[in-house]
Design a protein around this ligand. Structure first.
Ligand code: HEC
Length: 102
């Protein structure tokens, strides 16, 4: 019985880790991709128009996750996309940005 509930807890942990990744990819598509593109290079009409940076560049990739979250929240062009996100979602999306790096 105890073993079974431990196994259940482990299963839940795995399942939610899996959805966090999937959620981040889906949120990236709906909230970030219009400016930053699927690949994070910001090679989109909106990204170019706003001079959004290539997020795969070393200057961005070298920063740690917490610093990038703080910098992103402060960007005024992010008011609409970051405004409705929880702290966990912000972190998951910045981790997604980091996964796009070289
Ligand atoms: C409306 C266009 C737009 C959308 C949507 C957008 N961004 Fe940005 N983003 C920008 C622009 C413009 C900059 C550069 C701003 C500056 O340097 O002043 C930027 C910069 C960044 C940076 C670099 C921060 C730094 O340290 O220089 C990161 C990381 C980032 N965006 C992540 C995201 C994520 C994650 C999302 C989705 C939640 C998102 N962006 C949605 C326009 C956008």
């Amino acid at each position: 019985m105890r073993l079974a509930s431990l196994a259940l807890v482990a299963l839940f942990a795995l399942a939610s880790a899996g959805t966090a990744g999937a959620d981040a990819a889906a949120s990236w598509k709906s909230k970030c991709q219009s400016c930053h593109g699927a690949d994070g290079k910001s090679d989109t009409p909106m990204g170019k128009g706003m001079k959004a940076p290539d997020l795969t560049a070393p200057a961005i990739q070298e920063q740690d996750t917490a610093a990038l979250v703080a910098a992103s929240v402060a960007i005024k062009q992010h008011a609409a996309s970051f405004g409705s996100l929880s702290d966990a979602e912000k972190t998951a999306l910045i981790e997604h940005v980091k996964s796009l790096g070289p």
